[in-house]
Design a protein around this ligand. Structure first.
Ligand code: RAM
Length: 855
C-alpha cells in the first residue's frame, strides 16, 4: 500500500550516495556501497524493508526496470552501506539507481534517480593513454597540448587524468574543474597513483577542440631540502601526465583521445614550483591561447614518453583540494620603505591572488608568514627550522611574479601552498592597497557535516578556529601543519579524526588515507610516523602515532558504519599489532616513543601511553575478528589486550596511582584500563588534580581524553573550565592572544595552525550540546543525547549530518529551568538524558523536554 500523503505523513527517500559520494564518476569497487536518508515528519519511523533498482539507462530506471540489479524487497532496517549485488559492472559503465522503503504501514514513493559511474578499472581501458612529460632538460613546469576534432552529436564525454605531482587540465581555453587545485592528490607513488574523472560533456564543441595540461612537481618531484628527505623519495621523477578522453556519440560509437607522443610540449611562465618553496611565474613567457583550438604550436617540441610510475592506478574517491573561500585582507602596513605587510585577519592554508599593474619585468615577491615580529616584519624562525640551510638559502613559502607590463595583471600560484595570516610584499610597483591582494583558502573540499554554537563567544571562536585548522590540515592527506611540514603525521590525524567526522563529510578522505597507511607498511608490520613517507620515520614503533591505522579505521566504523574498511585492512592491522607485541617486555611497551607530545608541565612516560595504545589496538583487532567470525584470532587478540591491560595496571597504577599526571589518569579511565574500584580512585585523583592546579596540564594525548573522562565521570563543569579559562594554558587563552586557528602547543612557541588539540570541537558537539555517539549502534543508529548545561552557558546547539540524516540538539537554560529541543532522523533512535538525570527513550522525530537543573 502506498502511503497517502493526505492521510498521514509520508516518508520520502533522498540523499542517495554511492561510496559516500552523491555522484561518483570513477567507482572501482565491484560492489559499491549504497545508502540513503529517509525523511519523515512524524515520529518513530523505522524502515522495515527496502528495494533498490539499478539500471543501465535512465529510461529503464524510469520504467522500474533494474536490469543491472533489482534487490527485490529486502526485509531489514539497514539503509546505509548496502553493497551492490547485481551484474558485473564494466569499466566506465553508468549505473542509474533508485530506492523505495517500507515501514510498518506502507511504502514510500521511489526516490529521485541517482547515478554512479565505474572507473577505468584496468590498464587496457586507458586505450592508448600513456605517460608523457615535457622537455627533460627544463626545470620549468611543462605545458602539454593536443588538438582533436569532434564530429557528430556527443551524448557523454569523460576525461580521466593523472598527473604527477600535479596536473592542471585545460579544455578549449578553460581550466577543467574551476576551483580545484593540486589534482589528483598525494600518495606513495610507488604503490598507488590517483586519477580523476571529469564530466566534460558540455565543454566540447563540434569541430576543432583542444586539450592541455600544466604539470607541477608537488610531492612527486620534491627538490627542496628538509628534514623529511622527500628529495630522496624512491618514487621521485620529473612531472608526467596520463590522460584518456572518451567521447560517446549519439550513434553509439566512442572516440578516445589519449596522452601519447603526438602531444606537444613547451616550457611556459611557471619558471619554478616547489611544495615547500612556492612558485615563480614570469608572465613575459606566457603563451596566450595555448589551451585553445587553432593555437600555433609549431615551435613546441614533441612530448616525451615517460616511464610509468610503479604505483597502481586508483581512482580518487575523496573530494579534490579546491579553493573554497576568497579572503579580503584587513590591513596593510609598511614597516620599512618598500616592504609591505598584508594582514588577512585569519590564519589559513593556501596562497594570495595578486592584482597588479606595472612595467614589464617588475618582480614582486610575496613571502607568507603566520607571525609578525615587534618590528612589524614577518617572523618565520619557528616554521623554517626544519628546512636544510643552503647557500644561497632556498626560498620558503614564497611566490614570485614577474609582470608582462600589459595593464592590469591578475595572478595566483597553482602547485604549492602555504600556511599564513600575513604576507610580506616587496618589489611592488608603487604603493599597494588592500585591493591588490586576496587570500585564497585551499584544502580538501568537504561538505560540512556539523555545527556548534553557544552563548559563550570564546567557545564559538574555538569552534571556528578548530574548523579552520582542520581544513587547513586537510590537503589530500591529513597533515600536521600547512606551513612548516605539510606532513601526514599520524598521531595528529588520529587525535583529530573524530572532530573531523563530526564537522565534515570526511569519510572518503580517511578511506583514502588508510590506503596510504596500508601502502606505507613494511612487511614486518611497521608503519611510518608520517604517511605517506618517502622512507623517513620508520625505525622503532610509536604506538600513539601508529595506532592511527586501527583507530581511524574504527572511527569510520563507529561514525559511518563502515564495516568493509575493517575487513579490508584486517590482515595489515593484525600484522602491525603483532609487530608491536613482539617488542614488548612483560606485556609493556618498553622503549621511549612519541607520547603525550608538547605537554604543559607534567611529563607522562611514553611507555605508559604506548602500552595503552597497544591494548586499544589489540581490542580493535579482536573486535574485527569477532565481527568476521575469526574465533581463534578474536580470542588471541582479546587475550593480548587483557595481558597488556593487566601489565599496565601492575606497572603504572599499583601500588600507587600516578596522581600527578592528568594524562595517565584520564586515559586509563577513558580507555577502561582499570578495575572499577581503581577507576573510581583515578577519577577522584583526576578531579583533585584539576581542582588543585586549576588548569589543563597535559600534552596532546591527555587534552583529548581528559575532557571525555571528566564528562563521562559527571564533571563536565571541570572540563569546561579547562577549555574556557582565559589564562594560560587553555584553548581560550589562545583565542585571547588573537588565535584564529589552533596552535601547536600551549605556549604558542611553534606553529600556529595545528589540529592535534582539535578534539575539543568534538567535545562541544558530543557533550556540551549533547549529540553523543553510541559505539554499540554505529553511525548514530542510536544516539545518546546528553546535554551539559555547565560553565554559565545559557544556551548551546549543535547539528550533525549523520549517515541516517540530520541530528540536532539545542538547549537553553534560565536559572534552574532547562529546555531541550532535539531532532532524531528517521530510522534512528535515541536515549535522552536530561540534566536532572532522567532518561527517556525516543524514536525518530522532533521532541522537546523541560526539567529543573539540580543545584
Ligand atoms: C612535529 C609535528 C607533529 C608531531 C610530530 C611528533 O614536528 O608538527 O605535529 O606529530 O612533531
Amino acid at each position: 500500500m502506498l502511503h497517502s500523503p493526505s492521510l498521514e505523513p509520508a516518508p520520502s527517500v533522498g540523499n542517495l550516495t554511492c561510496e559516500y559520494v552523491a555522484r561518483p564518476l570513477a567507482v572501482e569497487s565491484a560492489a559499491p556501497r549504497l545508502g540513503w536518508v529517509t525523511r519523515y515528519s512524524g515520529k518513530n519511523w523505522r524502515q522495515s524493508a527496502y528495494r533498490i533498482l539499478v539500471a543501465s539507462s535512465p529510461e529503464r530506471l524510469a520504467h522500474d526496470e533494474g536490469d543491472l540489479w533489482d534487490s527485490g524487497r529486502v526485509a531489514t532496517d539497514a539503509s546505509i552501506q548496502i553493497p551492490y549485488d547485481g551484474k558485473t559492472l564494466r569499466p566506465r559503465q553508468a549505473c542509474y539507481w533508485k530506492v523505495r522503503v517500507w515501514d510498518g504501514s506502507g511504502e514510500s514513493p521511489w526516490s529521485k534517480p541517482a547515478e554512479w559511474e565505474m572507473g577505468l578499472l584496468d590498464e587496457a581501458s586507458w586505450q592508448g593513454g600513456r605517460w608523457i612529460g615535457g622537455d627533460p632538460g627544463s626545470t620549468a613546469a611543462p605545458y602539454l597540448r593536443r588538438g582533436f576534432t569532434v564530429e557528430g552529436k556527443v551524448v557523454r564525454a569523460r576525461l580521466y587524468a593523472s598527473g604527477l605531482g600535479y596536473a592542471e587540465l585545460h579544455l578549449n581555453g578553460k581550466k577543467v574543474g574551476e576551483t580545484t587545485e593540486r589534482d589528483p592528490g598525494y600518495t606513495n607513488f610507488d604503490k598507488r597513483v590517483l586519477y580523476v574523472a571529469h564530466d566534460v560533456t558540455s565543454d566540447l564543441k563540434r569541430g576543432a577542440n583542444s586539450l592541455g595540461a600544466i604539470l607541477g612537481t608537488g610531492w612527486y618531484d620534491v627538490h627542496d631540502l628538509a628534514t623529511w628527505r622527500f628529495e630522496k623519495a624512491p618514487w621521485r621523477g620529473r612531472p608526467r601526465l596520463k590522460l584518456a578522453l572518451f567521447i560517446d556519440y549519439a550513434d553509439g560509437h566512442t572516440q578516445a583521445v589519449g596522452s601519447d607522443a603526438s602531444w606537444k610540449t613547451a616550457s611556459g611562465p611557471i619558471v619554478f614550483d616547489g611544495i615547500y618553496t612556492g612558485e615563480m611565474y614570469d608572465a613575459r613567457f606566457e603563451m596566450p591561447g595555448w589551451d585553445k583550438p587553432g593555437f600555433d604550436d609549431h615551435s613546441w617540441k614533441p612530448a616525451t614518453e615517460a616511464p610509468a610510475p610503479k604505483g597502481v592506478m586508483t581512482a580518487r574517491i575523496c573530494p579534490p583540494v579546491a579553493i573554497t573561500q576568497t579572503i579580503k585582507p584587513v590591513a596593510i602596513e609598511e614597516p620599512k620603505p618598500g616592504v609591505y605587510i598584508v594582514d588577512f585577519g585569519q590564519n589559513f592554508s593556501g596562497h594570495a591572488r595578486l592584482h597588479v599593474e606595472g612595467p614589464e619585468g617588475t618582480e614582486i615577491t610575496m613571502r607568507y608568514s603566520e607571525r609578525i615580529g615587534p618590528d612589524g616584519m614577518i617572523e618565520r624562525s619557528q616554521i623554517e627550522q626544519f628546512m636544510t640551510k643552503e647557500t644561497p638559502p632556498q626560498p620558503f613559502q614564497t611566490d614570485r611574479y614577474v609582470c608582462k607590463g600589459q595593464g592590469r595583471e591578475t595572478w595566483e600560484q597553482r602547485f604549492s601552498y602555504s600556511g599564513f595570516r600575513y604576507m610580506e610584499v616587496t618589489g611592488f610597483p608603487g604603493k599597494p592597497t588592500l585591493d591588490h591582494f586576496e587570500g585564497r583558502f585551499a584544502h580538501t573540499d568537504f561538505e560540512s557535516a556539523g555545527s556548534f554554537e553557544c552563548s559563550d563567544a570564546t567557545l564559538n571562536k574555538i569552534q571556528r578556529a578548530t574548523r579552520y585548522s582542520y581544513l587547513s590540515n586537510a590537503q589530500s592527506i591529513p597533515t600536521d601543519c600547512p606551513q612548516r611540514e605539510k606532513n601526514g603525521w599520524t598521531g595528529d590525524a588520529q587525535l583529530a579524526a573524530e572532530a573531523g567526522l563530526m564537522n565534515f563529510q570526511s569519510a572518503s578522505f580517511y578511506t583514502k588515507w588508510l590506503d596510504d597507511f596500508s601502502d606505507d607498511q613494511q612487511p614486518d608490520g611497521r608503519v611510518s610516523v608520517i604517511v605517506p613517507s618517502g622512507g623517513w620515520g620508520y625505525g622503532a614503533c610509536h604506538p600513539a602515532w601508529d595506532s592511527a591505522f586501527p583507530i581511524v579505521a574504527e572511527d569510520l566504523y563507529d561514525y559511518c558504519g563502515d564495516r568493509r574498511i575493517l575487513e579490508r585492512h584486517y590482515d595489515k592491522l593484525r600484522n602491525y599489532v603483532d609487530y608491536v607485541a613482539s617488542q614488548t617486555k612483560g606485556g609493556l611497551v618498553p622503549f621511549d616513543s612519541l607520547g603525550d607530545w608538547v605537554p604543559w608541565k607534567t611529563e607522562t612516560p611514553s611507555q605508559l601511553t604506548s602500552t595503552i595504545f597497544l591494548c586499544i589496538d589489540a581490542r580493535i583487532v579482536a573486535k574485527i575478528a569477532t565481527m568476521t567470525g575469526k574465533e581463534e584470532d578474536a580470542r588471541r587478540y582479546a587475550d593480548l589486550a587483557e595481558t597488556t591491560r593487566a601489565a599496565f595496571v601492575r606497572k603504572f597504577f599499583e601500588p600507587t596511582i600516578p596522581a600527578e599526571s592528568q594524562t595517565a589518569l584520564a586515559m586509563a579511565i577513558y580507555f577502561k584500563m582499570l578495575p572499577p574500584d581503581l577507576s573510581k580512585k583515578a577519577l577522584d585523583a583526576l578531579v583533585q588534580n584539576v581542582e588543585t592546579q586549576g588548569h589543563i596540564d597535559t600534552g596532546i594525548l591527555g587534552a583529548k581524553f581528559i575532557l571525555r573522562a571528566l564528562s563521562e565521570g559527571g564533571r563536565s563543569d571541570l572540563a569546561f573550565k579547562l577549555v574556557a579559562r582565559k589564562e594560560q594554558p587553555s584553548w581560550a587563552w589562545w583565542i585571547e592572544q588573537g588565535a584564529t586557528t589552533l596552535w601547536e602547543d600551549w605556549k604558542g612557541e611553534s606553529s600556529l595552525n595545528h589540529i592535534m588539540f582539535g578534539d575539543v570541537s568534538n567535545w562541544f558537539i558530543q557533550w556540551i550540546a549533547g549529540i553523543g555517539l553510541d559505539p554499540a549502534a554505529p553511525a548514530f543508529k542510536h544516539i545518546l543525547i546528553h546535554p551539559q548545561p555547565v560553565g554559565g552557558l545559557t544556551w548551546a546547539k549543535a547539528t550533525h549530518e549523520s549517515p541516517y540524516g540530520p541530528i540536532s540538539s539545542s538547549w537553553r537554560r534560565n536559572g534552574s529551568k532547562f529546555h531541550l529541543d532535539v531532532s532524531i532522523p528517521a530510522n534512528a533512535t535515541a536515549t535522552v538524558r536530561l540534566p536532572d538525570g532522567k532518561t527517556t527513550e525516543v524514536g525518530s522525530g522532533t521532541y522537546s523536554f523541560d526539567c529543573a537543573i539540580p543545584t
